[in-house]
Write a protein that binds this ligand. Structure first.
Ligand code: NAD
Length: 258
């Protein structure tokens, strides 16, 4: 189904675990050339890469803290040096940083949350833009930028997650500007907006709490990272979504219906 992803060059930020890692695995199975990125080098990197490289594609690891704008540029350069260009960028790195209600928010926390969730995606996209444009011109189809939003971008976020929700809403919004001004470059911009997925993001909750929260969703449970991965393949594949841009696909088990 995703035959045109074979050999595509895919950079996925924040992909050493959770939703990002499931995406790395899905693209590797589709025969793509993938860079897994993390802020730190995982302890089991060699074994992880050996496993991932047995799936049918080619996977490398590129360390970079994408909340640092200079590192975003270096990450893109390292990717292009390795694979010769970029066909697909997935802005997945993100997280709560911490839960802080309004009275506890200071400049340092504001910067940490927005740098990780908003500025990182903008800076990596900025540096990737000329490469995505060149790839689209070269292959006569489209390149694809897929950012990861959140249900919190609509709802405003749970306790202490207001800044996080706002940073994701910012992403949902700025994508519209990128579509308006860079579609002419052959680049499509779409967003995957997860609901509540069982990853380290919810490490502050025990299993009973997760089951209780999940039972309140129409699907009756949290999502699993591998259930989000095919949506990235869909938006990356020109054959599947070549006329789709500027959209937000909600993968949330019915938790929220915008
Ligand atoms: P996770 O904590 O399991 O994974 C986050 C990944 O980001 C990790 O690989 C980590 O190494 C990486 N990362 C964190 N800071 C980084 C930095 N500064 N530079 C580079 N990499 C960094 O979380 P997840 O649930 O897999 O989240 C993935 C994305 O999905 C995030 O953008 C998150 O906001 C979003 N999301 C998650 C949920 C959920 O319920 N899990 C819901 C909505 C949105």
């Amino acid at each position: 189904m995703f035959d045109d992803l074979k050999g595509k060059r895919v950079l996925i930020t924040g992909s050493t675990q959770g939703i990002g890692l499931a995406a790395v695995e899905a693209f590797a199975r589709a025969g793509a050339k993938v860079a897994m990125n993390g802020r730190r080098t995982p302890a089991d990197l060699e074994a992880t890469l050996a496993r991932l490289n047995g799936l049918g594609g080619e996977v490398v690891f590129l360390q970079a803290d994408v909340s640092d704008s200079a590192a975003c540029g270096t990450l893109v350069e390292a990717f292009v040096e390795r694979f010769g260009g970029i066909d697909v960028l997935i802005n997945n790195a993100g997280g709560l940083v911490a839960r802080k209600p309004l009275p506890e928010i200071d400049d340092e926390f504001f910067d940490a949350v927005t740098d990780l969730n908003s500025r990182s995606a903008l800076m990596v996209t900025k540096h990737a833009l000329p490469h995505l444009k060149a790839a689209a011109a070269q292959n006569g189809t489209t390149s694809s930028v897929i950012s990861v939003g959140s249900v919190a971008g609509y709802t405003g976020g749970g306790p202490g997650a207001g800044l996080y929700g706002a940073a994701k809403a910012w992403l949902h919004n700025i994508q519209k500007n990128w579509v308006a001004f860079h579609t002419k470059d052959g680049i499509r911009f779409n967003m995957v907006s997860p609901g509540t997925f069982d990853t380290a993001f919810h490490a502050d909750k025990d299993e009973d709490t997760k089951a209780r929260i999940g039972s309140g969703f129409p699907m009756g449970r949290f999502g699993r990272p591998e259930e989000c991965a095919p949506t990235f393949l869909f938006f990356a594949s020109h054959a599947c979504s070549g006329y789709i841009t500027g959209q937000v696909l909600d993968v949330n088990g019915g938790q929220y219906m915008p």
